[in-house]
Write a protein that binds this ligand. Structure first.
Ligand code: FNR
Ligand code: 8K6
Length: 347
């Protein structure tokens, strides 16, 4: 039943994956104090090199993008060199790896970089406190100016260039899960009245500028994007968000990305304003390579792929619990169940 998962998949002329299973991006908060990847991280990723493609944990493009402790960066030479050890280790075992590029926007906390307020499309705070550091209350962000938006776009492109210098096979722009790019795409967090807010075209502008700047720097074959049309994390949904994503997905269809990736924890969740599941909504609007995700097993993913609901599957938590996930599924052996305590170490 799962045999087709182990067939190669052609993303484009320059990238053919050995199988249909991607390791989902998973924040582990294990970089060193300078946000440099460690040898333990290189070993952790190398143990998972038989995934068709590894997507790295979200990696911040600049200091004010940080929202959690010890998340790695890609804006200093030491970080580039640290990531080079990771990509060399993965490539030595025949694997492929993309870097996920991240700015957390209003979910950032100045505690981490010693600044004043975080930045976001509009001055609207997310409620609550930073996970694992509950003493840090989220602050009201400062609305970015148009000049600052242009700097952000150029910082994403520079981060993509740095990722290629560090040996990555490509990048996945993190446009999902309520972080900066997603904050422009939802009415809950974007109340702007300039050319970056108010209409589907304006609300999609920042996401498309980032995508186009990254494509211009490293090529469309090496550029991917993750999106969360369904608001579920750090974000409230709004029925008007639907037309923003309708517009954005139509624009993306013409851009020859390596792939488009859904951002959701459980794809059984249904969203009224999307008419059902996130993956089904995205499939309806986007005909090119789509990566499904969210509480799938190899069996349920295989079924979904055979039904044409998406093309590739990303696996998250089971890959934390089983470094040999691909080999185990292939052999039909039993998987270790994931539990949150496993986040304490990098095995
Ligand atoms: C995540 N997820 C996530 N997503 C993302 O885009 N960037 C990230 O850095 C992270 N980090 C992260 C850490 C941890 C501990 C978890 C559990 C999840 C979401 C992840 O990529 C995936 O979408 C979900 O875990 C759902 O897939 P599974 O776990 O059901 O296969
Ligand atoms: C310090 C931890 C850094 C975590 C980074 C982001 C991923 C957190 C995953 C925790 C699970 C959150 C689940 C939210 C699902 C909401 C479903 C309605």
């Amino acid at each position: 039943m799962t045999a087709q998962l182990f067939q190669p998949y052609r993303l484009n002329d320059s990238l053919v994956l050995d199988n249909h299973i991607l390791m989902a991006p998973l924040t582990r908060c294990m970089a060193d104090a300078d946000l440099v990847p460690t040898q333990a991280m290189a070993d952790y990723y190398a143990r998972r090199a038989d995934a068709g493609l590894i997507i790295s944990e979200a990696t911040i493009i600049r200091p004010d993008g940080q929202g959690y402790p010890n998340t790695p960066g890609i804006f200093t030479q030491a970080q580039i060199d640290g990531w080079r050890k990771v990509t060399d280790a993965v490539h030595a075992k025949g694997g492929k790896i993309f870097m996920q590029l991240w700015h957390t926007g209003r979910v950032a906390h100045p505690f981490f970089w010693g600044g004043e307020a975080p930045i976001a499309p509009s001055a609207i705070a997310v409620e609550g406190t930073v996970p694992r550091m509950r003493e840090l209350v989220y602050q009201t962000p400062k609305a970015v100016t148009v000049t600052e938006i242009a700097e952000l776009v150029s910082d994403y492109a520079k981060a993509a260039e740095n990722a290629i210098e560090a040996g990555f096979d490509g990048v996945e722009i993190h446009g999902a899960n309520g972080y900066l790019i997603d904050q422009f795409l939802h009415h809950d967090s974007n109340r702007r009245e300039d050319e970056y807010g108010g209409s589907p075209e304006n609300m999609s502008r920042f996401a498309l500028e980032v995508v186009d700047a990254v494509i211009a720097r490293i090529g469309h074959e090496r550029t991917a994007l993750r999106l969360s049309p369904g608001a579920y994390f750090n974000m409230a949904g709004d029925a008007r968000d639907r037309e923003v994503f309708d517009y954005l997905l139509a624009e993306l269809e013409g851009r020859q990305l390596a792939y488009l990736h859904a951002g959701i924890f459980d794809d059984a969740m249904e969203f009224d304003y999307l008419g059902g599941r996130v993956s089904d909504y995205m499939r309806g609007k986007y005909g090119k390579t789509l990566v499904g995700v969210g509480s799938y097993t190899a069996h349920s993913a295989s079924l979904a792929i055979s039904e044409g609901r998406f093309n590739l599957i990303a696996i998250g938590r089971p890959f934390i619990a089983n470094h040999d996930y691909v080999a185990k599924v292939k052999a039909g052996s039993e998987l270790v169940a994931y539990s949150d305590e496993m986040l304490a170490n990098l095995y």
